[in-house]
Design a protein around this ligand. Structure first.
Ligand code: ZN
Length: 310
């Protein structure tokens, strides 16, 4: 069996990827309480909101209020998702309340058009200017490439195109490049081959895997990436999440499922799993429905107690 990293960095993206996909807008006070709970679990990176236009994603129209409400903690980096230069201008008015930005585009022309109404080249040109401004403001930058492993409209996405976009983002100042399996189309064999090549091609940047569990392959894909030496992951508590297009794109791989699997395999995350489960339970109460994560339902593995049931 390939050696696994001793520890990984987790970024919690539920407050953005999750909350933006909820049919009902969550009250700002509830968002703030849930983010405060997440920040107390030992998670060191949290994507707290997005500065997209409120008429496009009304669920995150309270980005300023959320940032003003959440408690800053030493050692916890807050990031915000930035769609374009206008979004960055809005975010910079709150500059002291966050540490990092993520910018995004799709590796599929069709998905990018439907998601942000631009061609890939138009997105890259805009993001290059946005990243320059962000770096001048001292912000660490991540570039996320959606549909890196397949597109619901176009099917296969050539990894050559994904790596070309990643190289442009790295050259424009992204210290980190995230690869999104936005609609859960990746399989573990593909993930192995993808990251084996990505590590060679993009040696200077931190490479982050962002899997959705739309078809139940999220954890298998996390393991495949780990086996290729990837040690940075994004996930959502409670398996919240999705994608605005197409409809029916369900949640990210669940943070507590990932953390539980990693801990059972001896890979450190720094996260207090019971505290993370409590945060997901609180989200379940706010949303008023059972959430998809397995560990939320079953609890952490308990070797001593597991003999009691069969
Ligand atoms: Zn996502």
């Amino acid at each position: 069996m390939p050696a696994l990293p001793d520890s990984v960095r987790m970024r919690e993206v539920g407050p953005r990827d999750g909350f933006q996909n909820e049919p009902e807008t969550i009250a700002t006070a509830d968002k703030v309480r849930l983010i405060d709970l997440l920040a107390a679990t030992g998670l060191k990176r949290i994507e707290v909101t997005s500065f997209v236009r409120s008429d496009v994603i009304p669920q995150l129209a309270d980005a300023e209020e959320v940032l003003a409400g959440v408690e800053r903690r030493d050692g916890v980096a807050f990031s915000v998702l930035i769609p374009n230069e206008r979004g960055l201008d809005r975010a910079l008015e709150q500059r002291d309340r966050f540490d990092e930005i993520s910018v995004f585009l799709s590796a599929s022309e069709t998905h990018n058009q439907r998601n942000v109404n631009r061609s890939i080249e138009e997105s890259l040109n805009g993001l290059e200017r946005t990243l320059e401004t962000a770096r001048e403001a001292g912000l660490r930058c991540e570039g996320v490439i959606a549909t890196s492993f397949g597109c619901p409209y176009e099917g296969e996405v050539p990894s050559e195109r994904v790596f070309g976009i990643a190289e442009r983002l790295a050259a424009a100042g992204c210290a980190e490049v995230g690869f999104g399996d936005t609609t859960g189309m990746a399989n573990p064999c593909q993930v192995h081959a993808f990251f084996a090549e990505a590590r060679d091609r993009l040696a200077g940047a931190e490479l982050t895997a962002h899997f959705h569990n739309t078809r139940g392959q999220g954890l298998a894909n996390v393991l495949a990436a780990l086996e290729e030496g990837i040690d940075s992951f994004e996930a959502s508590f409670g398996e919240l999440g999705g994608c605005p297009v197409p409809p029916g794109s369900t949640g990210n791989v669940s943070s507590e499922d990932v953390v539980s699997m990693l801990h059972e395999m001896g890979v450190e995350t720094g996260v207090d799993l019971p505290a993370l489960i409590e945060a997901s339970r609180a989200a379940q109460q706010v949303l008023g429905r059972p959430l998809g994560s397995h560990v939320l339902r079953a609890g952490p593995v308990d070797w001593a107690g597991s003999q009691a049931t069969n």
